[in-house]
Design a protein around this ligand. Structure first.
Ligand code: ADP
Length: 489
């Protein structure tokens, strides 16, 4: 049941609200009660003042030695109120007169007698003889009494005046407030939790709509997007992020699809040649060994081409998955370049191309030697392939600060400006027909993609730094000091 966010939110909201209302009501109840007691205390002090004024006036009016009792009785009668009791004690703490003995209290109520005879009153009396002014609670009945004691002097003697006021009315008022709270709080919580549920439902409705929309999106309709209702709010942000993810997934799917289509297209040609050639060889019964050799050499050539494409594809797939382990070692880059130039020389000579390495100072590097060799041979191979006979290829290696720049310049026809940004794409060839017809080693358009990956796997980069009608220059920048990346996806 609590699996729904709506319900959980409502529950949390209700619990927090109940707590807040509970705390607020308790605080209000307490403040209310304290104010009531304060008001009672102020009344009692005022009553004591006016009682003493009357008492003093009576004492002045009456003559005689033992007039105190009668003057006090008159004052008590004059200030007689319901639920109010008076008591006067002498200095020793002995009660000499109470309002029970006044004519207005005749006959005195049982409750009043009980109060003045109670232990609580005795303790109040004992406490009042110790302090000049004292307010105290006397828990004698259910509601209790508020007691005020004050010392005063009359006719040369000190007395203690005690006034007790029943807290029954205050108690009743508080009980009424309590009962109002008791039915008001549950109703408020019920209404608020209903409102909370409605709000949670309303604010989560777009999420529900989004999740059902997202549930409908699959590989077949990856172009569909979530509706963004309000761009600026959190849900709009979520929808935009999700749409961004779909965009990236869509692009990745498209790339994969293109890659698969291009790969199968590239593989189809050598496979068709293999099949055709072998069928022809098998269909003719009497063939000279010369003819068989010729067929086998075509088969061998195509098989080699197939192997190269499959190996390149495998390298790129592993690189994409970040699973191509780099074998780091320390070696000299200038020596590796010289070695690669030496290997490519035979190929260059066949086209009467002059291939020179300008030489470089010692260039120590920590990298994967076989991958860098593959990159350099790819670039040299391309330079030879796309440079006409009697051309010139120059290889240079320079250190600029913390990186080496290895450049391979040729005097080929260059790459058209509009196609330059695409030459590093997989299976991209400037002139597909030409690459094939020249039978130049079966370039499938993967060489530069792999070379760029190799440079990037070493935290470097491969760029086409010049290409015009006089030729092209490819430059690989490789960090001289830093550790290469373990692998690159
Ligand atoms: P390929 O196997 O076809 O050589 P690459 O990825 O190595 O594939 O190169 C992609 C394309 O870039 C080539 O088909 C070619 O058109 C162009 N290219 C590469 N290197 C050169 C170069 N040195 N001069 C002119 N064009 C080049």
């Amino acid at each position: 049941m609590l699996d729904s966010i709506r319900l959980r939110l409502t529950l949390w909201y209700t619990v927090v609200l109940a707590l807040v209302i509970g705390i607020l009501c308790s605080a209000a109840y307490f403040i209310f009660w304290r104010n009531a007691v304060k008001r009672t205390d102020a009344n009692l002090a005022e009553l004591a003042e006016s009682f003493l004024v009357t008492l003093r006036a009576e004492l002045e009016d009456q003559n005689g030695t033992d007039v105190f009792q009668s003057a006090a009785q008159v004052a008590m009668d004059e200030h007689h109120f319901r639920d109010t009791l008076y008591a006067i004690a002498d200095q020793s703490g002995k009660v000499i007169l109470t309002s029970l003995e006044t004519p207005s209290a005749n006959p005195p109520s049982r409750a009043a007698r009980k109060v003045l005879a109670s232990d609580s009153f005795q303790s109040f009396l004992a406490a009042s003889s110790r302090s000049d002014r004292l307010f105290s609670h006397i828990p004698v009945t259910e509601a209790g009494y508020r007691g005020y004691a004050q010392h005063f002097a009359a006719r040369g003697k000190t007395y203690i005046l005690m006034i007790l006021q029943s807290l029954h009315p205050q108690n009743q008022m508080m009980a009424e407030a309590g009962s109002v709270f008791a039915w008001l709080i549950p109703i408020a919580i019920l209404l608020a939790s209903g409102g909370g549920y409605f709000l949670a439902r309303k604010s989560l409705a777009p999420v529900v709509a989004m999740s059902s929309q997202a549930g409908r999106i699959g590989a077949a309709n990856l172009h569909e997007r979530l509706a963004v209702q309000n761009e600026k709010d959190e849900l709009g942000h979520l929808a935009r992020s999700f749409n961004g993810l779909l965009d990236r997934l869509g692009e990745s799917f498209d790339r994969q699809r293109r890659f698969m289509a291009d790969a199968s297209h590239e593989l189809r040609t050598p496979v068709a040649i293999l099949r055709g050639e072998s069928e022809v060889a098998l269909s003719q019964q009497a063939r000279s060994s010369e003819e068989y050799r010729e067929s086998l050499s075509v088969l061998h050539h195509e098989a080699e081409r197939l192997t190269r494409i499959v190996e390149d594809l495998f390298t790129l797939t592993r690189a994409d998955a970040g699973q191509y382990p780099l074998q780091h070692s320390d070696f000299y880059l200038d020596e590796l370049i010289a070695e690669c130039v030496h290997s490519a020389r035979t190929l260059a000579q066949a086209k009467k191309i002059s291939l020179t390495f300008e030489g470089a100072p010692e260039s120590p590097i920590h990298a994967d030697e076989s991958l860098l060799r593959r990159m350099l041979l790819n670039l040299l191979d391309n330079a030879i392939k796309y440079t006409p006979e009697c051309g010139r290829i120059t290889v240079a290696c320079q250190r600029n600060g913390k990186e080496y720049g290895v450049s391979i310049s040729d005097t080929g026809s260059g790459i058209p400006a509009e196609l330059r940004p695409r030459i590093f794409e997989r299976f991209f060839r400037v002139d597909k027909a030409r690459s094939r017809s020249e039978n130049d080693g079966g370039g499938a358009g993967l060489g530069l993609a792999i070379s760029r990956w190799i440079a990037e796997a070493h935290l470097g980069r491969l760029e086409l730094t010049r290409s015009d009608s006089t030729g092209s220059t490819f430059t690989a920048y490789l960090p001289a000091d830093s550790e290469p990346a373990a692998s690159l996806s």
